[in-house]
Design a protein around this ligand. Structure first.
Ligand SMILES: [Zn+2]
Length: 281
């Protein structure tokens, strides 16, 4: 068992490409040094337009150029083409076929499953890939993680759990990781906050973005305290620049603890490196 924990941030650009005053500019004693010791990966893959989560996450999950496949940046949810790619080549599908063990730790409320009935797919790439691989959402007997890391899902995104609890959760996940090849967290809340950006400063959004990165920092602290091997990634920029409502062209972090990051330059190569770390290449 590889025992890897993959913290997949959504919509967090690298601090090197963040404007002054971003949420990166605060005391993040575990997250910041980890990111600075890692790489900054390109997300556009030479295609015009702003990177999107459907194609970006599919690149991470498959190590294939999902943007070239689509001919554009596409998302947030995967449509039929990306669904086929993910069903055949996603990390959980490949691991399962190789006899490995992967789990998605996100907690999904009962209402989420109601939204999935009928009609088009509303699942993001992560839950779609695990579900398509025949792996359960809300896996039993594992610590589950809320994408907001204990912040309210509605403005002003007030905390409902302490920062300390996120650290505790990180330790629990590190413990649980021993029996698994990879445990994954799809932390999409940063993208939700990033879409609240605006040219006029909104202090409550800036505070929530800062609070969220402090919670990612606490979660990582717990993971490292617990001795976990960790990979941190992001699909595209957004929350690092709250002066705009949209995604950004910022490079994204690819960082790790106790793992060989290799030399990827973009999110496709990052996805390939992740597969290599899990013995899939
Ligand atoms: Zn978005």
């Amino acid at each position: 068992m590889t025992g890897l924990v993959w913290v997949a941030l959504d919509g967090v650009g690298h601090p090197l490409d963040a404007p002054p005053g971003s949420a990166w500019e605060q005391d993040l004693p575990t997250l910041r040094p980890l990111v600075e010791a890692g790489l900054a990966l390109e997300t556009t893959l030479g295609v015009a337009g702003l990177p999107q989560s459907g194609t970006g996450q599919a690149c991470w999950l498959t190590g294939q150029d999902a943007v070239a496949l689509m001919g554009e940046h596409f998302g947030p949810q995967p449509g039929p083409t990306l669904q086929r790619l993910l069903s055949a080549f996603s990390l959980p599908a490949q691991l399962k076929a190789a006899g490995g063990r992967a789990a998605l730790l996100n907690f999904y409320a009962p209402a989420y499953f109601g939204e999935q009935r009928g009609g088009r797919n509303r699942m993001g790439c992560f839950p779609f890939s695990f579900h398509a691989a025949g792996l359960p959402l809300n896996p039993p007997d594992l610590p589950l993680v809320r994408a907001s890391l204990g912040l309210d899902y509605a403005a002003p995104w007030a905390p409902f759990t302490s920062v300390q609890e996120q650290r505790q959760l990180g330790q629990e996940v590190a413990q649980a990781a021993h029996g698994w090849d990879v445990l994954v967290m799809d932390l999409w809340f940063s993208d939700l906050l990033g879409h609240q950006g605006s040219p006029e400063p909104r202090p409550e959004v800036q505070q929530a973005a800062s609070a969220y990165l402090r919670r990612v920092d606490a979660l990582l602290t717990g993971l490292l305290d617990g001795g976990a091997q960790v990979i941190l990634s992001s699909d595209h920029g957004n929350m690092e620049d709250l002066t705009v409502k949209s995604h950004t062209l910022a490079r994204v972090p690819f960082a790790g603890a106790g793992v060989n990051l290799g030399h990827p330059a973009n999110v496709v190569e990052g996805g390939r490196q992740l597969a290599t770390l899990l013995g899939l290449n």
